[in-house]
Design a protein around this ligand. Structure first.
Ligand SMILES: C[S@@+](CC[C@H](N)C(=O)[O-])C[C@H]1O[C@@H](n2cnc3c(N)ncnc32)[C@H](O)[C@@H]1O
Length: 347
């Protein structure tokens, strides 16, 4: 009997994904996974067994080739495959070798998305550079397909606002545009704590969450499910998902799949941050000035009103709260009516 568990709309099979006979041919919309890295990373399962992922190169290639072959079989012709793997500072080139194995079984390589795990000190990464290299703070997400003509992406489903709103209308009617192929998703978990929990390399839920949104997929598969991050993302989007994990920590998987929610911040643009800082400064000066004058009157030009709207959205994305702005916008369905407001109204 197959060892499995159903968690919401997810089914996790506790076995090797080298044979995914539970899944029918051409049945999956999107595959999102991060394979074992074959770098001596240590995993452990519920029975206390320790699994070291270091195999000989030929065994490792054979394992991945078997799994990629099964992935090709179960993916729909219009489906997509996001393969996440990073190089370490001291071991460059593995990611290319792993993605090349997917070409051998029939996948086409469309694009590489760069997942930035840490930027300017925000986000965790494993220090491995020493004094000969800089640390690696990004990983690849290879976008692969079975049929180059049949797949579709929906970039605006993960769209970001225009930094320069004068572009609205020129390229699009809505304030959303393609976010590009560099995704900043700060890596929050530290290696030490996740090893103790049994898995060293979970990716953030926001990563599979974006991939599912980008493809508008209904059925999701992760053949190396680990802690269940992909299934958690699928569950939180109400999609059907399947995972395979040979060395499971079932409680961790249960908890992740059923409870973990994506933190959808920050998706912020750096230009917006700069703009925000300058708007905030100007706004504060203005308030101070009004206070000093005791005129108690807000006067915002149309341009300032638009800037305030950007500021509000930016602060929302950063999970910051500026009560005065919330008040302004909640009262103010038609901005034009509110060009002149009494300062007292906002506190
Ligand atoms: C890099 S981790 C995946 C982490 C996962 N993305 C997450 O967010 O938790 C790779 C996983 O593959 C599992 N694994 C290794 N060999 C396997 C096999 N043959 N079949 C299924 N899972 C396997 C390991 O136990 C490990 O949990």
């Amino acid at each position: 009997m197959v060892n499995l568990e159903k968690l919401g709309k997810s089914t996790v099979y506790f076995k090797s994904s080298e044979k995914m006979s539970e899944l029918e041919d051409n049945s999956i919309d999107v595959i999102i996974t991060s394979p074992p890295y074959n770098r001596g990373k240590v995993y452990s399962d519920d029975s206390g067994g320790i699994y070291n992922d270091k195999k000989s190169k030929s065994e490792y290639y054979q394992l991945l080739t078997n799994v990629w072959t099964e992935c090709f079989r179960v993916l729909k012709p219009e489906g997509t495959f996001f393969l996440n793997i990073g190089d370490s500072a001291n071991d460059q080139g593995l990611s290319e070798e792993v993605v090349n194995l997917t070409s051998n079984v029939g996948f086409f390589r469309i694009q590489t998305i760069i997942w930035v795990k840490s930027l300017l000190g925000k986000g965790h990464y494993t220090p491995s550079g020493g004094n000969r290299r800089l640390n690696n703070v990004w990983e690849s997400i290879f976008l692969l397909v079975k049929n180059k003509k049949k797949y579709r992406l929906y970039p605006k489903a993960i769209g970001i606002p225009y930094a320069d709103r004068s572009n609205i209308g020129r390229y699009s009617e809505e304030n959303l545009r393609d976010p590009g192929n560099v995704w900043l998703i700060p890596y929050l978990q530290t290696t030490g704590s996740t090893i103790k929990k049994g898995h060293e390399a979970p990716f953030p839920i926001e990563l599979p969450y974006k991939c599912i949104q980008l493809t508008n997929a209904e059925t999701v598969l992760d053949p190396f499910a680990g802690t269940g991050s992909t299934l958690a993302a699928a569950n939180s989007l109400g999609k059907v998902s399947f995972g395979y994990e040979k060395y499971p920590r079932k409680n961790i998987i249960r908890n992740t799949v059923l409870n973990a929610q994506p933190r959808l911040t920050p998706t912020i643009l750096l230009p917006h941050l700069e703009l925000t800082a300058s708007i905030l400064t100007k706004l504060c000066q203005k308030l101070d000035y009004d206070f000093l004058k005791e005129s108690c009157t807000f006067k915002f030009t149309k341009k300032e009103q638009v800037e305030l709207e950007i500021l509000k959205e930016t602060l929302k994305e950063l999970d910051l709260n500026l009560p005065i702005l919330n008040r302004y916008f909640s009262d103010c369905s038609n901005l034009e009516k509110f060009e002149d407001r009494k300062l007292d109204d906002f506190f």
